[in-house]
Design a protein around this ligand. Structure first.
Ligand SMILES: Nc1ncnc2c1ncn2[C@@H]1O[C@H](COP(=O)(O)OP(=O)(O)OP(=O)(O)O)[C@@H](O)[C@H]1O
Ligand SMILES: N[C@@H](CCO)C(=O)O
Length: 291
């Protein structure tokens, strides 16, 4: 039997819709995998009561099927579902890494990404890899059809998760179908700035690069209090703030020493709106770890 800790992730980071992703140092799913005749899944932890244990409906089952390796799987959720923190991807990444080790399949971390993405296809309708890639490989990742480019960044972050549920499937319906060339030009500039910031471990550049005028405004409308919480984080010293993944989590980049005041400011603002929330003082961190 093997045990894997696979981290939550934040996809998009504003300007990198369906391409950028970052592993978070916390929270994480912890998954145990043991080879078996047929796949069975047992769930525990955050939001597990809302997740089906049927292997046909759980991302873990989809990944085991894609790898043609049935297993007894126990998932302890640290990341609640429909959070914008790659909850489904954390389980998918952990199972891919766990089965690879338990069956000694010999895949590299990058080779495991498309298998884990089959779990995302099950729940959101598309095998986008922007959450599974960082959960498997760690750091900041650029996922394209050609493969994954990974950067070992360690930017300090605050992630604030309100008690609102938004499914990725629903949040993908509001994504605009087209954009003006002027918007695309601005987005390319922002995305390039963010990549430079990750290479230099520079929170100012990363924050600037998190601005986005195409997808994020439509997503932000689904999150009660978004504009106020964003403003509060910026006033408390965030260098950039955006929707994490498909939401409702909101992510802020910052200097290390600003994490605590930013977390308090975001929580206070949500509380002022009558919305319960929790904040993680985190950073860009490691990928899935085997124990
Ligand atoms: N092992 C699993 N862990 C979490 N969610 C799962 C799992 N298996 C199936 N699901 C289903 O996937 C859906 C949650 O995935 P969704 O992509 O909407 O949220 P998320 O992973 O938190 O978000 P995001 O991808 O935006 O960061 C829920 O409907 C949940 O029941
Ligand atoms: N890139 C995806 C991430 C969520 O799974 C989206 O924003 O829809």
């Amino acid at each position: 039997m093997v045990t894997v800790r696979a981290p939550a992730t934040s996809a998009n980071l504003g300007s990198g819709f369906d391409v950028f992703g970052a592993a978070l140092s916390k929270p994480a799913d912890v998954v145990r995998v043991e080879p078996a005749e047929a796949t069975t899944i047992e769930m525990a932890g955050a939001g597990s009561e809302f997740i089906p244990e049927d292997p046909e409906k759980n991302v873990a089952g989809a990944v085991a099927k894609a790898l043609e390796s049935p297993a007894t799987i126990r998932i302890d959720k640290g990341v609640r579902p429909s959070s914008g923190l790659g909850s489904s991807a954390a389980s998918a990444a952990a199972v891919a890494v766990g089965i690879n080790a338990a069956y000694d399949l010999g895949y590299s971390r990058e080779e495991l990404v498309p298998y884990a993405a089959e779990g995302e296809a099950l729940v959101s309708g598309e095998a986008h890899a922007d959450n599974v890639a960082p959960s498997i490989m760690g750091g900041f990742t650029i996922a394209t059809p050609e493969g994954v480019t990974q950067v070992d960044a360690s930017i300090p972050l605050v992630v604030c998760l309100p008690e609102i549920v938004i499914s990725t499937r629903d949040a993908r319906r509001v994504v605009p179908r087209s954009a003006q060339v002027s918007q695309i030009v601005e987005c390319v500039g922002r995305a390039a700035t963010l990549v430079a910031g990750m290479f230099r471990d520079d929170p100012d550049l990363v924050g600037q690069g998190m601005e986005d005028g195409i997808v994020t405004p439509a997503r932000a409308d689904l999150i009660d209090g978004y504009a106020d919480v964003r403003e509060a984080a910026l006033e408390a010293g965030a260098t950039g703030v955006t929707v994490s993944g498909a939401g409702p989590a909101i992510i802020a980049a910052c200097e290390e020493r600003r994490r605590k005041p930013i977390a308090s400011a975001m929580l206070d603002r949500f509380a002022g709106e009558g919305i319960e929330a929790r904040a993680y003082q985190t950073r860009v961190g490691r990928g899935a770890e085997l124990f």
